[in-house]
Design a protein around this ligand. Sequence first.
Ligand SMILES: *Cc1c(COP(=O)(O)O)cnc(C)c1O
Length: 361
Amino acid sequence: MAGIAPQPGIMEIDLYQGGASKVDGVEDVVKLSSNENPFGPSPDAQAAFRASASALHRYPPTDHSGLRLSIAEVHGLDAERIICGVGSDEIIAFLCQAYVGAGDEVIHTEHGFAMYRISTLAAGGTPVEVREAERKTDVDAILNAVTERTRLVFIANPNNPTGTLISDSEVARLAEGLPDHVLLVLDGAYVEFVDGHDGGAALVDSRENVVMTRTFSKLYGLGGLRIGWGYGPRTVIDVLNRIRGPFNLSETQLATAEAAIRDRQYAVWCRNENSRLRNWLAAELEGMGIPSDESHANFILARFADAEKAQAADATLKSHGLIVRNVAGYGLPQALRITIGDEAACRRVAAVLRDFMGEQG
Ligand SMILES: *Cc1c(COP(=O)(O)O)cnc(C)c1O
């Protein structure tokens, strides 16, 4: 069997580490490690999910027109330039598969999302990591890293796991500064948490080299169902549609996502609750001597004095049934990423950390 080998790059992929959800011997566990919506999906989305059960023997539609039209209406976009996928992860994979080959480079930032690297390697390309400036995307550092082999640049805005946001004018400067052969991908997984932010849609509309990805996994509370979408120039969307499986999304996914995005009242309520609780928790932590950057997402990146202290805080939280994300793998060993839970969860996190910091003296 020695002759059977995968394509170059595949064996360099480390398996994606999902957020943990169990602690042995502890009841009343709260999972705050995967940036999930603590309130779950909209009741309308749950009803649509159940209603889809009777038609499971039917193949789903291939063009996703119902969902694309709903997204277009809600966000004021051109439905013809929307593509839907199995999470935004699939849109990221399509982009790499379509535009990246052996020897090509893909830029992502220092603390960027793991899927950029994974999908780049899966396509045979070379991931290029660019440093951030104090946990913020650094446009000049990215522009300096571009070579003639660069094909894609991924930035998440707001970024994960940092929660930081760069301005529209900085994003526009990045798009403007890239050479013709480079496509800029704006990952807007958390943009729904920023009131009034278009995720870069206007920039997509005004340029030929910008694509935006979005997801139903975060604000809409549908991470378990796997639905995302992308918005880009007609030429790019046409390319991606050629490699998209015709039945990549089930009727259940399509109908549930459509109901979720149509329930504006619930989405706005979730966004407001997230902002209120995030601001409260950040201020509480700050008061205990645990700083964080201003977060624009549904998590806080809590910074401790050093890696040892972060690990001790993680262990203490865990022993109290609070599972947060250790982000050492993202180059942030002195920090913990804490998803904003419901009010009771946020209060528990604050209480446990207050005791922890007190004991540390
Ligand atoms: C959660 C997340 C996504 C969303 O992934 P899905 O495949 O849509 O669930 C994309 N990008 C970033 C940065 C994320 O944190």
